[in-house]
Write a protein that binds this ligand. Sequence first.
Ligand code: PEP
Length: 252
Amino acid sequence: MRRAFICGNWKMNKTASEAAAMLRDLRGAVSMVRDRVEIAVAPPFTALAAAAKAIEGSNVELAAQNCHSQGSGAFTGEVSAEMLKDLGVAWVILGHSERRQLFHETDAGVNEKISAVLKAGMLPIVCVGETLAEREAGKTLDVVSTQVKGALKGFSAADGARFVVAYEPVWAIGTGKTATSRQAQEVHAHIRGLLTELWNPDTAQQVRIQYGGSVKPDNATELLSQTDIDGALVGGASLKVADFAGIVKAKG
Ligand code: PEP
């Protein structure tokens, strides 16, 4: 039985003090789902330290939105996995479509970053998903296959079982358009099939696959009730306590 996992991706929103204030409220609002749902938030780098302090002793974990693949060195403006681990980060979101589109991230680059995240003692949330043009051209499953195989290549089943994959159709991110539960389930089942080929059936059954793309309290129950949808990666609706807690409770 896979434990549901809901993660909020705050993107470039909230100062350190705004983050701390929201998390002081959120921890109380989601404390009742302690064993049933795993919860994380991914504030911007500048708010991670304040966020870590604000969630201490709660059932909310800390995630980061990206990291560099190298441990240290002349990479101006970048942050290493070790630096995140040192702040109390448990999860790192990798390959988000905004990073792929705006910062030219590739599957090979995501693959390197996963290695860095594991080496530092954290776990990845690996994002995949098709654009609207790709969906309309009937290429969704091919695009997702290429991304999953490219990003996860070379990792053992033992590591892989702890990974989280987030299926986020690009056309549903921040647009208010959600994939139907049927569209999402089709891709999630396809991803689980790929994980079976890559590793083995047992491992594939352990991997949690989140859905992301305009998840809100009012569509969460339907999406999260699908067989292969094990949680959500939530952007806009993770910025308000009531909305994010509403999504958590839809599963808890
Ligand atoms: C995201 O950025 O990962 C996301 C799913 O955003 P939104 O929920 O706003 O569509």
